[in-house]
Design a protein around this ligand. Structure first.
Ligand code: ZN
Length: 245
């Protein structure tokens, strides 16, 4: 049977334009939908940073707790040494032999040495504790800074999303209107392609005798039909194939 090729009719060209318009609108919608991607990534990064700082804070609090326990022990030791020293000092006035005096003096010297040592250790712990307080306060400032930045970005995302959703709704209305301009059979094919590839990926193009999406080489018959502006689905990926002129 002789198949007579005919030039694309006005209706076919219009149909192709409708589909191209739909495709273009979907691309704009996609842009709007992904417009917050960078901000979302930034928030994820900030949450990681915040978690690091929260872990640091927990660690610092544990260290502070340990320093405080050590300090309490040493302060108790110091107290008992001071009591001992004061008793020994009092006892010195009532010693009767030189041997007793010597023993007491040795005890006093030992206790004084021990006292000095403990006092130094306590001072070191105080110093360590104030360093920990400083680090803790820096960490807390950092965390509240991160929280503030996250809130700001979230607010920005919310605002953009509200704006974008309004724009997307309008575009979807326009797409609905364009879709109704297609013939039922064309609508059916478009729906098949959309079902498989989602709303935004349903259209492919004829590029150098191949499908621009899956790159399969198309048969001459198909190429001719596409060139005639017949609406067909790619035999490989099932996208709607449009002729790019
Ligand atoms: Zn394909």
């Amino acid at each position: 049977m002789l198949v007579k090729t005919r030039p694309p009719t006005g209706a076919n060209v219009e149909k192709e334009q409708v589909l191209k318009d739909i495709e273009a609108y979907y691309k704009i919608i996609q842009k709007y939908e992904y417009s917050n991607e960078d901000e979302i990534k930034r928030i994820a990064f900030l949450h990681k940073q915040k978690q690091k700082k929260l872990d640091e804070k927990t660690h610092l609090l544990e260290e502070k707790d340990s320093v405080s326990r050590k300090t309490s022990h040493l302060e108790a030791d110091l107290h008992s040494i001071e009591t001992k020293l004061s008793k020994s000092n009092k006892a010195i006035s009532s010693v009767s032999t030189e041997k007793e005096l010597n023993t007491l003096n040795t005890q006093i010297a030992d206790a004084s040495n021990e006292k000095d040592k403990i006092e130094i250790e306590i001072l070191d712990l105080y110093e360590g504790d104030s360093q920990l307080d400083k680090s803790l306060s820096e960490t807390e400032t950092f965390i509240s800074g991160i929280n503030e930045t996250i809130s700001e970005i979230e607010l920005e995302i919310d605002n953009t999303t509200i704006e974008n959703n309004t724009k997307i709704e309008k575009l979807q209305e326009q797409i609905k209107g364009l879709f109704l301009e297609l013939q039922p059979e064309e609508q059916r094919l478009f729906e098949i392609a959309q079902e498989k590839h989602g709303l935004k990926g349903a259209i492919s193009h004829l590029k150098a005798n191949s499908c621009s999406s899956c790159r399969i080489n198309l048969s001459l018959d198909l190429i001719q039909r596409i060139k005639k502006r017949d609406l067909i689905l790619c035999p490989s990926c099932s996208k709607l194939l449009l002729h790019d002129s």
